[in-house]
Design a protein around this ligand. Structure first.
Ligand code: ATP
Ligand code: MG
Length: 424
């Protein structure tokens, strides 16, 4: 870069102009001279001087007009007014129009002018550097803004992609879940069907044996009758055989029918009637009335802790089936014949559901059995007619029909507790 400082002197007074020019040339400046405003403007445009020294009063274009043009076209080019008029008004006018400094003629000490020239050059450098710095800053800001914008766009794109990925995985999971639920249901159904087949197999098998035995006996009896060799004892034996066979048949067919009845109820859509709003306490009392014939033969008592006028919108049929099963179980499994047991039914209203706590102070359930209480066909009374479907029906009614949950607790010496909820 050319560091020689170019100084342009515009003055119609040749003595002043040349003495300044000599001085600055001696000081190492490149000096350009113009005698009027017009030449001055042309030279500025052509030569791009470092600094301008300009007279105010010249023929043609005046110094003030030169200031105007320089200010407009080269705002960073320093211009010092050198005027001999000596009027402060001119100085103020010149500076207010854009001159950087003002020097009065006659100039006695050119070194002072040089000082002034150096100062404005320094100031011009500062102004230029400042501008460059600001421009650089703006470019940097613009660059950074663009980078940020790109980053944002990229981020948005990535968020969209991730969301799409997540949505599709959620879909896959949901499908898998639906399949799982379906296969769980199928497995449960399969288990139930196998259970039913197994359970029904015994009474039906015994029935078949009894029936075939009876068939053989009838055929033999018929032969005796046809051959007219029948004795009184043959008739007696035949009667005994058929009586016993019919008894076995009836017992076993009844057992099979019982199992089928229970099996039908496992499907919760059966026999629960429709949903309606009803008074919970009043309804429990009705259930207890219907069970009265069974309870009155015992010394047990049933306590109901439920507020009056507790209105609830649910399936009364399901509530009846649940409580009947629980009470019948307490009577069959919890208490023995001469016990004076107590059954307590307590309700507690929660914002979204009703909690029912059922308690009997009977024998309780063994620890190893407690987790099987709700399993289909789990019974400890198979020999005396238990099907093991009662609690499974209760479980299905609570979870599927009433939208609630059920659990069973039994601590030694404290009887059995069932907690179930009913969605309001
Ligand atoms: N209150 C109770 N006290 C003690 N044991 C109980 C009680 N309730 C249920 N159990 C146990 O849980 C088992 C399962 O009960 P569940 O009602 O399903 O079948 P079950 O009563 O044996 O036969 P059923 O299908 O005829 O009702 C019972 O056999 C019994 O062992
Ligand atoms: Mg039962």
């Amino acid at each position: 870069m050319d560091t020689t400082r170019k100084i342009l002197i515009i003055d119609d007074d040749s003595i002043v102009r040349e003495s300044i020019a000599d001085f600055f040339e001696d000081s190492g400046y490149e000096v350009l001279q113009c005698t009027n405003g017009k030449d001055g403007i042309d030279t500025i445009r052509k030569e791009d001087p470092t600094v301008i020294l300009c007279d105010l009063h010249m023929p043609g274009i005046s110094g003030l007009e030169v200031i105007d043009i320089v200010k407009k076209e080269y705002p960073e080019m320093p211009l010092i007014v050198v005027s001999g008029n000596g009027v402060i008004k001119d100085a103020i006018e010149a500076v207010s129009r854009g001159a950087w400094n003002y020097v009065m003629k006659p100039i006695y000490d050119l070194a002072e002018l040089e000082l002034s020239v150096n100062m404005v050059i320094e100031k011009a450098d500062l102004v230029r550097n400042n501008r460059l710095y600001k421009e650089g800053l703006e470019i940097e800001v613009e660059k950074r803004t663009k980078e940020l914008f790109d980053l944002n766009t990229d981020l948005e794109k990535r968020v969209k992609e991730r969301t799409a990925e997540l949505e599709s995985s959620i879909k896959v999971i949901k499908e898998a879940q639906a399949k799982l639920v379906q296969s769980e249901k199928m497995a449960a159904l399969g288990g139930l069907v196998a259970g039913v087949a197994h359970e029904i197999n015994t009474p039906v098998g015994v029935g078949i044996t009894a029936a075939s035995h009876m068939e053989t006996a009838t055929k033999d009896f018929e032969k005796l009758f046809v051959s007219q060799q029948m004795k009184k004892s043959d008739l007696q034996n035949f009667l005994i055989t058929t009586k016993e066979a019919s008894r076995i048949l009836l017992t076993n067919l009844t057992r099979a029918a019982q199992l089928i009845q229970g099996f039908k109820q496992v499907s919760v859509d059966q026999n629960t009637g429709s949903r309606r709003v009803f008074d919970f306490k009043e309804y429990i009392d009705k259930i207890l009335m219907s069970l009265h014939p069974k309870i009155k033969m015992t010394k047990h008592q049933i306590i109901v802790n439920c507020p009056d006028k507790l209105m609830i919108d649910t399936f009364p049929g399901a509530i009846s089936q649940i409580l009947t099963n629980l009470i019948m179980n307490s009577l069959t499994h919890g208490f023995s014949e001469n016990d004076e047991g107590t059954i307590t039914i307590t309700t507690e209203e929660k914002p979204e559901f009703l909690e029912v706590m059922y308690h009997d102070d009977g024998t309780g359930i063994d620890e190893e059995n407690i987790s099987h209480v709700f399993d289909p066909f789990f019974t400890t009374k198979r020999t005396s007619g238990g099907t093991g479907l009662g609690m499974n029906i209760v479980y299905n009614l609570v979870t599927q029909k009433l939208g609630g949950q059920i659990r069973c607790e039994s601590l030694e010496g404290e009887g059995t507790r069932f907690f179930f909820t009913v969605k309001k």
